[in-house]
Structure formats: C-alpha cells, structure tokens
Ligand binder design. Structure first.
Ligand code: EPU
Length: 417
C-alpha cells in the first residue's frame, strides 16, 4: 500500500492546473449506458474512481478506454445488468448504474453500497424515487433488484436535495413516458453538467441547476460527446493550501463561478484572491484569521471542503467552529489532525478548533478522499516529516496530487511498499 512522505514546512508558489471533476465524470459515464452507441468524454481525470467506473462499464458489456483525458465508451452492445459488490464497495457511485439500466432495459441488479468511513450514507431516496417512476424494487441477498415494464413520469419530492438521488432519477426519468418533476433537487454544478450532456443527446430537461427539474421523457438518448467541468473541490483544495502556507498560487482551468462559498471564506481568512473567467490567483496572508464554517447543499459551503478548511484553521490566529450539516459524522480527519498537534474539540456534528502556532510532523492515516487531502495540507505546514498511510483514498479523487504539489514547491514523495 502506498504512502506519502511530506517534509514541512513549506510555502507554495507557482501555478497548478485543475483536472475534470470526479463527481461530474461519474454520472456522465453512467449516462453512456443507455445511448446504444459510441460516446466520448473529454477532460476526464485519471483517478482510481475513473478506473473503477471503467471496470463497471466493462462488466455491463460496455468497453471504455481512457487516453490522456479522453474517454471513449462503446455502449453499442451492452450485455450485463449487474453491478457486483466488489465494485460497489470500492465506489458508491456505482449505484448510478441503477437508473439508466432500469430505464433502458427494464432490469438492473446493483449491490447495496453499505456504509462508508464516516457513517451510513443511505440510498432510500434513490429507491423511493425509482418506485414513484414505476420500478419494482426488491432487496435480495445484499442486492437491489429493480425491474420495470416501462417507467412512467411522476412528481418526486426529495426529502433532502441529494446529489446521488437527483442523478439517478434524472437518468431514469429521461426515458420514462411523460413528465417527471423532481422537487428539492440538488443544485450542484455537476447536475447541470449531466443535464447539458443529456439535452445535447436528445433529452428534454428544464431547470437543472435549480431545485425544480422538469423532464419530459423521450424514447431514446443518442450517443454524445461532452466535456467534464473542472473539479471545484480540487481547485478549492489548492486554494486552501495556498492560504495555509502563506503562499501565492495561480489555479488554472477552474471555474470560480462554482466556488463562491469557498472563495468568500478564504478571503475572510485574510487571503487576497483575484478571479478571472477560468482561473484564480490566491495570495495567502501572513496571519490566518479564524472563520466559522457551516456546510450545506450547493451553493452553501461544500462538505467536501470541510476537512481541508479545518487543516487551515488548525494554525489560524484564534478559535473557529465547524458545523457539518450534510454528513453529521464526517470527522474522521479530526483524530489524525490532532496527531499533528491541532487543538480540536469535537462534540457531535460541531468541532471547535483553537489555532496553534505550529503543527508537528507525525505518522497519520488517510481515511477518505477529503480527510486525506486535509492531512496533506496540514503536513505542508507541519515541522518535520509526516508520513500519510493508506493514500489509495487520495488516488480515488485527486489526479497526480504529488506532482501538482511538487511543482508548487512541496516536498512530497510517494513510497510504494
Ligand atoms: N441521503 C439520504 N438518502 C439518500 C441519499 C442521500 O438520506 O437516499 C442524505 C445523505 O445521508 C446526506 C445527504 O442526503 O446526508 C446528501 O447526500 P448526497 O446523496 O447528496 O451525497 P452523495 O450523492 O452520496 C455526493 C458526492 C460526495 C459529496 C456529497 C455531498 C459523488 C459521487 N459524491 O455524494 O462526494 O460529499 O454528494 O455533496 O458525487 C467526495 O467527492 O469526496 C464525496 C464524498
């Protein structure tokens, strides 16, 4: 299992190029399932999750090949309907196969995802929504068995604006007969990116990116070529790293419009941030002001940036608080940041961080994608060596992370053991 060795402290300087968004790419890959032809995705990041989704498509009889950011998928002749446990347990987004399979072929068998490092992460809204569209759902030996004799449009009110449920239901409703309205839909840019691809392929979708999505079912979705939007969380992670290290970094190929909440918070920390259409220039402050963070659904502050901001606040000049509203247990980074000397008190879904003068390097363990990137950030300003174990989590969601941080001046080495 690989680990990272990071020598701190450092001050980041230079420029970094952002990859395509993992959470936009995964639904787009799932959407190829029902196209019956050859699709191409551009700006696809080479991540462990990309490889897992390629494996899943192959299991479904859909060959896919990634070549320098271009993913070619041939969905001309799909032959499988089952997403096996081995793939679903390594990547929950495998559940995205459910909607397209049942909509196009009337059947799907997808392993139940189970819990994850920070809690249960249910999929009840995916299943309820599919039932509203007329699918029959049975749980059998740890698998979801879905079948339908033609889906029918329906009004679906999501109890929570779930990204995953919105994706799955959109992917089912585009081929359902009649109109579907998804109320309280997720508004994340990744949803809009998916809708844009589907609309280009013949789908009739209105309102994606808002909390009310109206879909008029069509009889087929054509093969499509589409570009994956930039990863706003990767961009936010590098921006936070620039602030934390008091550095100066230009972040290229990103979309600042998708990052208002993060940019606002980093400015409140004292950072000077200039934005252009496709880039951000961040100059970190000498002294980091403490800020309070509450995560929420887009456009609020993203839960996927909570851990990284906590690393920043670990060395802020005073106390800050974090309230996690999206995943109330998502704090596996807290004990690891404390190993580096951070002073954090966690009580339920609220963490209070008292900034310290310095962190010290120590061995730590990565537990999920974002917790891991928070540990890298903390290690950049910790004195001495930090060894981060189990970095396969980072490889799931950050493309070439050691090369990108290395180019900015960080001393970070991958150790293969
Ligand atoms: N929820 C339910 N029932 C459901 C679905 C969700 O109660 O059926 C709840 C969840 O427990 C949570 C909230 O709704 O409290 C939001 O969950 P959501 O469904 O939006 O999350 P997700 O689709 O499973 C995606 C991202 C996550 C990101 C969340 C929140 C992908 C592949 N994953 O997950 O990304 O944290 O939205 O923005 O898009 C990451 O990239 O590191 C990551 C974990």
């Amino acid at each position: 299992m690989d680990s990272f060795m990071i020598k701190g402290p450092c001050r980041l300087k230079g420029s970094v190029t952002i990859s395509g968004a993992k959470n936009a790419m995964l639904p787009l890959m799932a959407a190829t399932i029902f196209t019956g032809g050859k699709c191409r995705l551009e700006n696809v990041p080479d991540l462990r999750d990309t490889r897992t989704m390629i494996k899943l498509l192959k299991v479904l009889g859909i060959p896919a090949e990634l070549n320098e950011g271009t993913l070619d998928v041939d969905a001309s002749d799909p032959s499988g309907f089952e997403a096996p446990y081995d793939l679903v347990r390594t990547m929950r987004a495998s559940i995205y196969a459910l909607g397209p399979l049942v909509a196009r072929f009337g059947k799907a068998r997808v392993s139940l995802p189970g819990g994850c490092a920070w809690g249960p992460r249910p999929i009840n809204l995916h299943l309820q929504g599919l039932k509203s569209l007329g699918a029959e759902i049975r749980i059998d030996h740890g698998y979801i068995d879905a079948s339908a004799d033609g889906l029918k449009g329906a009004e679906i009110i999501l109890a929570i604006p779930s990204v995953g449920a919105t994706v799955n239901l959109m992917l089912a409703a585009v081929l359902a007969e009649g109109e579907t309205v998804i109320e309280n839909a997720a508004c994340e840019p990744e949803i809009k990116n998916l809708a844009d691809a589907l609309i280009g392929a013949g789908a009739k979708i209105d309102g994606a990116g808002s909390s009310r999505i109206i879909i008029e079912g069509v009889s087929k979705i054509d093969p499509f070529t589409h570009r994956v939007i930039p990863d706003r969380i990767e961009a936010g992670t590098y921006a936070a790293a620039a602030v934390l290290t008091g550095g100066e970094v230009t972040i290229n190929d990103c979309n600042p419009d998708h990052m208002h909440a993060v940019i606002d918070k980093l400015r409140s920390c004292g950072a000077e941030i200039e934005t252009a259409e496709r880039s951000i220039h961040v100059k970190g402050p000498d002294k980091i002001f403490p800020v309070d963070i509450e995560t929420g659904f887009y456009p609020a502050f993203p839960t996927d940036m909570q851990a990284q901001m906590m690393a920043v606040m670990s060395v802020a000049d005073g106390a800050s608080s974090f309230v996690e509203h999206v995943y109330t247990d998502r704090f596996t980074h807290v004990p690891e940041l404390k190993r580096l000397g951070a002073k954090i008190n966690l009580d339920g879904s609220v963490a209070v961080v008292n900034g310290v003068e310095r962190l010290q390097g120590a061995p730590v363990m990565a537990t999920d994608i974002r917790a891991s990137s928070a540990l890298i950030l903390a290690a950049l300003v910790a004195e001495g060596d930090t060894k981060i174990l189990r970095i396969y989590h980072i490889d799931r969601g950050y493309e070439k992370i050691e090369a990108k941080f290395g180019k900015l001046g960080a001393e970070i080495t991958r150790i293969s053991e």
